[in-house]
Design a protein around this ligand. Sequence first.
Ligand code: COI
Length: 355
Amino acid sequence: MDIRVTLSEALRAKPQDESKLGFGSIFTDHMFLMDYEAGEGWKDARIVPYGDFHLDPAAMVLHYGQAIFEGTKCYRRADGGLQLFRPEANFARMTRSAERLGMPALDEKTALEGLKKLLEIEKDWVPHQDGTSLYIRPTMIALDAQLGVHAAHHYLFYIILSPVGSYYKEGLKPVSIYVEDEYVRAVRGGVGFTKCAGNYAASILAGEVAAKKGYSQVLWLDGVEQKYVEEVGSMNMMFAYGNKIVTPALNGSILPGITRDSIITVARAMGYEVVEERLAIADIFADAKSGKLTEAFGTGTAAVISPVGTLAWKDEILTVGDGNIGPVAQRLYDTLTGIQYGRIADDHGWVTKLS
Ligand code: COI
């Protein structure tokens, strides 16, 4: 598909101090858009100046929540060149999310071409400082102005870009997590495995309550018995027992994280034993108290690898480790980011060099 380009005449100022970037509040000068019409498919791929959309107040996304998104990043290597990490996996996951929400499969080829062309235009927005990147947010929404509940016929796919630093203010310092035992995020047969906006909406109240108690994030338990560890909304969870890493098995209500998958692969290649299984939160607490559990950390595109220093569940507050990132999480962080930033050879075919 041809991609039409209209360049902005008023470029924004780029952030001066990259150490203050934070996450997701600054956007670049342009965005990629493509429309879908039932019977015709995806069409009118275009790059235009970043700006507001026209949305009918009856647009189905606003009422029935057909909204899915992805998160991936563009990294700057030390030689100044740019590279992507597994963007095809994000677009493939978007198609899986779309299928579950009754939305059309993404034209993954045009989405990837559009992303590359957008990055060619926005290359100077990719930050330089260690640990920073250009976050990529592909999104698909239903447009029809229609209040009947059924699949829409018109959709918009778009990609916006945001220069980012750490997702958590703690950076690589351990975060504190509240184990949620009242609300649930997802149940088997639902949409927990998709990256749909509703999963995040369902998490916001618990996140606010946890934040008031001083915790950074909520750890979700399974939606039926509230006994088994699921995920932390913004990241999948991993637990280290010395050289063994245990992570909840994908069960239909957990997001199949691309960072999760990459860490499992990298960890196995480094000689760690990695086990995917159902993990009872009571066992995690017992193992941490007995000293068998040595580290806990989350994995995600935005979060990268984020060590967990405190876990609170019911009346118990558990300290994992000594307030610093543990050796397993540190080695995995160094290896994953080494591949992403081009410091370490990519033996897995994950990296797409753009320049
Ligand atoms: C990502 O890691 O890319 C996500 O989409 C998680 C989001 C909560 C920032």
